[in-house]
Write a protein that binds this ligand. Structure first.
Ligand SMILES: [Zn+2]
Length: 170
């Protein structure tokens, strides 16, 4: 299953030193699988990126708290979900091969991302939100399996197994 947009967005910073959307070019490349968002991002000026990154960081804080079964901080929650439940300025319309966000310029980027977070928070998958237990890993994922601990068992799971083996053999 493809991860929801809100989670994919939060997971663009998988650890303190790894940011998949650190430049506007990388943000555009990351947005490509979501055509309506990609169209808005294509027109985004580079000086709009810091706000996107701040939104991503707030989204990550909110999801980390929720994955731990805690209430998220109010400031981060408000920022990550804005403009949230406010009346959308944009409409979805039919477009070649599917749908597009009507007349969307760069100002639609926060609308689409904030909406994605609201949709995730209000949807059924929130009950299965978990945070990866890998050391230094910031990723969140949705799993109905209570015993799933890693974002990716080949990456964080392997790392933990190697560390446990090293501890045992010491
Ligand atoms: Zn991980």
């Amino acid at each position: 299953m493809t991860e929801p947009l809100a989670l994919a967005f939060a997971n663009t910073r998988s650890s303190p030193g790894r940011d998949r959307i650190a430049t506007v070019e990388r943000f555009r490349a990351w947005a490509r699988p979501w055509p309506a968002l990609a169209a808005c991002v294509a027109a985004m000026p580079p000086d709009a990126l810091p706000e996107v990154l701040a939104r991503r960081d707030a989204t990550q804080v909110v999801l980390h708290h929720l994955a731990a079964g805690e209430a998220p901080p109010a400031g981060e929650l408000a920022f990550a979900t804005a403009p949230g439940l406010a009346r959308a300025e944009f409409r979805v319309r039919p477009a070649a091969g599917g749908v597009a966000v009507d007349d969307a310029g760069p100002e639609a980027v926060p609308q689409v991302l904030g909406r994605a977070v609201v949709d995730f928070l209000l949807g059924p998958q929130i009950a299965h939100l978990r945070r990866c237990q890998g050391g230094g890993c910031h990723k969140v994922f949705v799993s109905a399996r209570a015993d799933r601990r890693w974002c990716d068992s080949k990456v964080c799971g392997n790392r933990a197994r190697v560390a446990a083996h090293a501890r045992r053999s010491r």
